[in-house]
Every structure is written in structure tokens, then in C-alpha cells.
Design a protein around this ligand. Structure first.
Ligand code: BGC
Length: 468
């Protein structure tokens, strides 16, 4: 962390920090939306007479929108720039949040949740992309994980908003409307930041790219603007020379699997059932709606605190070790939750144990799989295919999120609450084995080192289709 903070200080004029925070508001939107629905759901059930199926759709249609948003945003970010893509994403978010707040029927709510999803899917992908493209390599890892920190702060804010409006008549409308505030902050903030040097270079606007880089690097003694411009040119040449087909090249394919494996397991261990349904899970232990919303705030705080721990430790302990330790912790705690729900004695005498297990689970996720997935996919791919590979991993992440969130309540009714948690526990064990087997360590390595160790040179395929 000293080196992260030292690196930020060395970068000089504070502009880098300011624009990274603004870009990371994308993470805040992502998180706010993820967290707010859990509280709103408790009241929606009654106000709009939403049954299990309707609730599942209200939660998960956003994720379908996000899959589409993640798929489109790669194209949009090249076409109209990263900056304007984020402005559009913020504006769409405002429309979605207000549309949900004023919804008079379930279909209308579902429609506007889809709109929100388009925005969130875009933000999840373009926020790290924008930050990575403006950051000097030395602090890029910290700043990319900073985006995850804003996700968790967004979730916590949502829990607090849920709490604040939990005893207000029609409070769920306020809960959902509040999302328009960070949406507006993103739009206004992004209007004040520069384009990324990399996008400017793609457009052939080298002078502007040089000017932005000079402002961004401030007094940084290690900055070498000419060299960075050259690196971007090389990266740009490589990017132009690769196509979607190159993702399937023999040297890249294993890394594509690592990204997809991390993406899918990040969701298959059940993280968002805890985030979305924490109050529902806690209310099963006999707590009132308001009490379970209060306890859910602890879940949000734990998530933020342990994400800060991750930011502090990732560059010291290493990504891989934190990932493995975190996966063991979350697997054991979700299995314990299964045991808890299978034991009427425990539920009657010690309902606080459910909260303890949820907190251990969320802390374990926050130090490992949460930040490590987003960080890894920004590190393990060669520059030339990074954005395409990241976009594929992001689509899988939202797709898996959709599958889990969309089936959770059905799973609970078919195989019981404990059965569902045991299932997540089993998937946690599989995730652990996959990570041990496949996930490399990237700590202390430059992106170029990572590339040469993991990929080597990308030789042209036999059919000559890769224009290296
Ligand atoms: C995941 C989200 C999750 C969040 C929880 C993110 O890394 O992608 O699905 O809701 O972490 O903190």
C-alpha cells in the first residue's frame, strides 16, 4: 500500500486520482443497483403483489440487460469514446432509476430494470477500461481494484438507503429513485474528464493524447511521455492486427478459460444470492423485515472493509494466495449456513450464527474472488486482445449472475434453503480446485512480463488468418 499511495503521490497533480474516482462512479452504480433491490423486494411483494416468479424477474432482468450492455460497450467505447460511453451509461441509469421508482405495474418495473441493466453492464466494463487507460503501470493494479471498492461502497450505500426508507410509506420507490443521484454524478463528472490517451491515439489524435498524458503524469519523475506514446502505438498496432478469432488461438485459449472460469465461479459460489437476498435469508431466522435490513448493513460494511484489506494486501500477499484463502473461507461458511438451516435447534437458540456465517462469507469473498476476478482479467491478456477478452469474461460474469439470481428462489423451494447452500459449497470446492490448477500469480510483474510468461509470442496460425 505504501507503494500504491507513494505512486499516487508521485504522479503529482491529483488529476489522476480525481478522474479515477469519477470513472469509478461506474462501479458505484453497479454496486448500488446490486444492493438496493434486496431491500425494495421486501415491500414490493406487498405493494405490487409480486410473487416468487415476478420477484426473480425483477432481480434478474437487470442482469440480462447487463449482458447486452457488456457486449455492446466494447463496440461503443471504440466508436464514441470511453468518456462518452460512460456519459451515456450514466444518463441511461437516471432514466432506469426514475422509471423503476414510478413503476405502476410489474411489467413496467421489469422493463425499466432491463434499462438499468444496459447501463450497469456498460459501466462494469468501461470503468476499469477507462481507469486502466489513464493510469501509469505502477499504480494501475491499485486503481483497478479501487473500482471494486466503489462497487462495495455502492452496495453499502444501497443498504443504508434501504434502511433509511424502510419505515416510509411506499419507501421502495424512494430506494429505487435514489440511484438517479450517482447516475447524475457520473454524467456531470465524466463531462469534466479528458478522453483516454489510448482512445485519442486510436483516432489518430496524437497531439491531444500527448497533451492529456502530460497533464495526467504531472510531476511524476518516472514519467516518460514519448515512451508511453510509443507503447500505445505498439499496442494499437497489435489490437488492429487481432480479431475475435484470435481469442481462440492456441496460446490465448487457456487464458480465455482462466478468465471465464474466474467469471463463472465468482457467481456460482452464490455471492449475489447473499447480496440480493440477505434480508430474505435473515428474515427466515425469525427477524422482522426492519431488523433484517439493519443486519444486512453489517454485511455491506464487512464487504467494504475487507475490500480495503484486499487493496492493501493484493500487492504484498499476492493475488493467487488471497484468492485461494478467500475461496476456502467462503466455501466453509456457506456450508455452515447449510448446516444452520438444516438444524431447527440452532435456528431457535442461536439465530445470530446465520449473521456470523454471512459475514465470514462476505469477508472471504471481498479479500479474494471479488477484486481478484476484475483485476486478473485486466492483467492476464496481452494488450492486443485485452479489451475483447475482458468483454467476453464480463459477459460470462453477468450471464452466470443471471443464472444464479434467477434460479435462487426456485432452488430454495425445490431443494430447500440448506440444499441450496450445500450446492454453493460444492461449487466453492470446484472453484478452489480450478484456481489451484489454472490461475497464475501476477504480483510484482509488469504486464509485458506476464504476457511473455503466459503467452509468449502469438505466432500466426497455420491458415494465416492472424495478421500479426
Ligand atoms: C461482483 C458482483 C458482486 C460484487 C460484490 C463483484 O466483484 O462482480 O457480482 O455483487 O462483487 O461485492
Amino acid at each position: 500500500m505504501t507503494s500504491f499511495i507513494g505512486g499516487i503521490r508521485a504522479s503529482g497533480n491529483g488529476l489522476l486520482v480525481r478522474i479515477s474516482i469519477i470513472a469509478a462512479i461506474g462501479g458505484l452504480l453497479f454496486g448500488f443497483d446490486t444492493g438496493v433491490i434486496s431491500g425494495a423486494l421486501l415491500y414490493l411483494k406487498k405493494d405490487l403483489s409480486a410473487g416468487s416468479l415476478a420477484q426473480e424477474w425483477i432481480v434478474s432482468v437487470l442482469l440480462l440487460g447487463a449482458v447486452l450492455g457488456a457486449a455492446l460497450s466494447g463496440w461503443l467505447a471504440d466508436k464514441i469514446s470511453r468518456k462518452w460511453t460512460k456519459v451515456v451509461s450514466g444518463a441511461v441509469y437516471i432514466v432506469g432509476a426514475l422509471g423503476c421508482a414510478f413503476a405502476v405495474s410489474i411489467p413496467m418495473l421489469i422493463g425499466f430494470r432491463f434499462v438499468l441493466g444496459l447501463s450497469v453492464g456498460t459501466a462494469s466494463f468501461v470503468a476499469p477500461l477507462y481507469i486502466a487507460e489513464v493510469s501509469p503501470p505502477r499504480v494501475r493494479g491499485g486503481l483497478v481494484s479501487f473500482n471494486q471498492l466503489l462497487i462495495t461502497i455502492g452496495i453499502l450505500l444501497a443498504y443504508l438507503v434501504n434502511f433509511a426508507f424502510s419505515s416510509v410509506e411506499g419507501g421502495w420507490r424512494w430506494m429505487l429513485a435514489m440511484g438517479a443521484i450517482p447516475g447524475a454524478a457520473l454524467v456531470i463528472g465524466m463531462l469534466t474528464v479528458p478522453h483516454t490517451p489510448r482512445w485519442l491515439m486510436q483516432q489518430g489524435r496524437e497531439d491531444e493524447a500527448r497533451e492529456v498524458l502530460t497533464r495526467l503524469r504531472g510531476r511524476d519523475p518516472e514519467a516518460d511521455i514519448d515512451r508511453e506514446i510509443e507503447d500505445i502505438k505498439t499496442a494499437k498496432r497489435k489490437e488492429e492486427s487481432t480479431s475475435l478469432r484470435d481469442l481462440l488461438h492456441a496460446n490465448i485459449r487457456p487464458l480465455l478459460w482462466v478468465g471465464i472460469g474466474l467469471a463463472v465461479f465468482q457467481q456460482f459460489v452464490g455471492i449475489n444470492t447473499v447480496i440480493y437476498y440477505a434480508p430474505t435469508i435473515l428474515s427466515k431466522t425469525g427477524l422482522t423485515n426492519s431488523a433484517s435490513i439493519v443486519q444486512t448493513v453489517f454485511v455491506g460494511v464487512t464487504n467494504v472493509v475487507f475490500t480495503i484489506v484486499a487493496v492493501l494486501l493484493l500487492d504484498r500477499v499476492g493475488r493467487r494466495r488471497l484468492l485461494l484463502i478467500g475461496t476456502v473461507g467462503l466455501t466453509l461458511s456457506i456450508i455452515f449456513l447449510g448446516i444452520f438451516f438444516a438444524s431447527p435447534g440452532l435456528q431457535a437458540g442461536a439465530s445470530y450464527l446465520a449473521l456470523v456465517a454471512l459475514l465470514v462469507y462476505i469477508a472471504s469473498f471481498a479479500v479474494g474472488l471479488g477484486p481478484v476476478f476484475w483485476l486478473m482479467i485486466s492483467e492476464i491478456y496481452p494488450l492486443g486482445i485485452r479489451s475483447k477478452a475482458m468483454s467476453v469474461a464480463t459477459i460470462f460474469n453477468w450471464g452466470a449472475n443471471f443464472l444464479v439470481a434467477g434460479t435462487f428462489l426456485t432452488l430454495v423451494s425445490v431443494i430447500t434453503t440448506q440444499g441450496t447452500f450445500f450446492l454453493f459449497g460444492g461449487l466453492g470446492i470446484l472453484a478452489f480446485l480450478f484456481f489451484v490448477w489454472k490461475v497464475p500469480e501476477t504480483k510484482d510483474k509488469s504486464l509485458e512480463q506476464i504476457q511473455s510468461e503466459l503467452v509468449g509470442e502469438i505466432a500466426p496460425p497455420d491458415d494465416g488468418s492472424a495478421r500479426e
